[in-house]
Design a protein around this ligand. Structure first.
Ligand code: SF4
Length: 321
């Protein structure tokens, strides 16, 4: 079966102005990954690692500077907007900040009915019926009450449910959930994840779940990719990658999870902050923070090595000399 999404050597560059000089910044650097139909892919990394940009490229909200984006077997890399439009319904984004996702002047009902009327050509009454049903489905009850509220009359958790409802109403095949729980309390976080998993079970959707919290991906993802300064530095099946992380950066992310020491993980402490994508370090981009850095790491970029079947790591420690 064709994967729902395939990225091949994707590069995304932006032009920025620094002290009056124009500079190209590479936010995503030669990333390849495959998301199988009906699966959840967890994309992990610190803020500034390029996760959100990659998610937006996969939805063709950004047109990549190089590489290929395939959606359901169709090359959408350079598809003009007119030809992308019929596919838009099938690819949805659940953004990190639900308050930015819904026009504050609209009621929840208006915000959710609009895409149904645009994409399916539904009449208002029919769209409203579907919205009421979906609001109940995502736990916004009684739906007749929520439908008339404005975004500022909902809590963060309630608004995130409304944003999920809006995406799911279009019955998408592929959903990018960009840190959908990062602004929420722990108790609400679990219920939002359960909700996403329920939709996936029921409708067989494929999900790109973006997070800075590696402990979350073990709850939701089938496969995990770890990003650092625009590059994918480790990738593999979730259970194996979480049980035995290989890249020092992945080890450090797991070390930072409470109780990881008690669970037998070795302590790897990160030095400093993630670098600036405008001026990435030479060689391995992680070398200024890596406790295992060798001379070669400072000079030469490591290749990606398949260390075990299906587990890919970009680190000199795993390159056979
Ligand atoms: Fe550390 Fe070198 Fe591996 Fe980079 S390549 S993660 S610096 S050991």
């Amino acid at each position: 079966m064709k994967p729902i999404l395939e990225l091949k050597d994707v590069v995304m560059e932006f032009e920025i102005e620094i002290l009056g000089a124009r500079k190209r910044v590479r936010a995503v650097d030669r990333v390849s990954l495959v998301i199988d139909r009906g699966s959840v892919y967890g994309l992990v990394g610190e803020s500034g690692s390029g996760k959100t940009t990659l998610g937006k490229v996969s939805l063709r909200l950004y047109r990549p500077s190089a590489g290929v984006v395939m959606f359901d077997g169709v090359d959408i890399t350079k598809l003009p907007e007119r030809r992308l439009r019929p596919l838009r319904r099938r690819m949805q984004l659940i953004p990190q900040d639900p308050y930015s996702a819904i026009n504050p002047l609209h009621t929840i009902g208006e915000a959710l009915m609009e895409p149904l009327m645009i994409h399916y050509g539904l009449e208002r009454r029919e769209a409203l019926d579907r919205v009421l049903e979906m609001l109940g489905r995502v736990g916004l009850v009684p739906p007749e009450e929520f439908v008339n509220r404005k975004p500022n009359q909902l809590s963060g958790g309630q608004l995130q449910r409304a944003v999920i409802a809006r995406a799911m109403l279009l019955n998408p095949d592929y959903v990018v959930a960009d840190e959908p729980t990062s602004n929420l309390d722990a108790s609400i976080r679990a219920s939002i994840i359960d909700l996403l998993l329920e939709f996936r079970r029921e409708y067989g959707q494929s999900l790109l779940f973006i997070t800075h919290d590696i402990s979350l991906v073990s709850l939701i993802a089938d496969r995990v990719g770890v990003m650092y300064l625009g590059q994918l530095i480790e990738e593999g099946p979730t259970d194996q990658l979480i049980k035995e992380p290989l890249h020092p950066y992945t080890q450090a992310l797991i070390s930072a999870v409470p109780l990881s020491g008690e669970l037998g993980y070795r302590k790897v402490t990160l030095k400093g902050e993630i670098g600036d994508p405008a001026t990435p370090p030479p060689g391995c981009r992680f070398h200024p923070r890596c406790p295992f850095a060798m001379d070669i790491c400072k000079r030469q970029e490591p290749p990606v090595v398949e260390v075990r079947p299906g587990i890919f790591v970009k680190c000199w420690l795993y390159v056979r000399k």
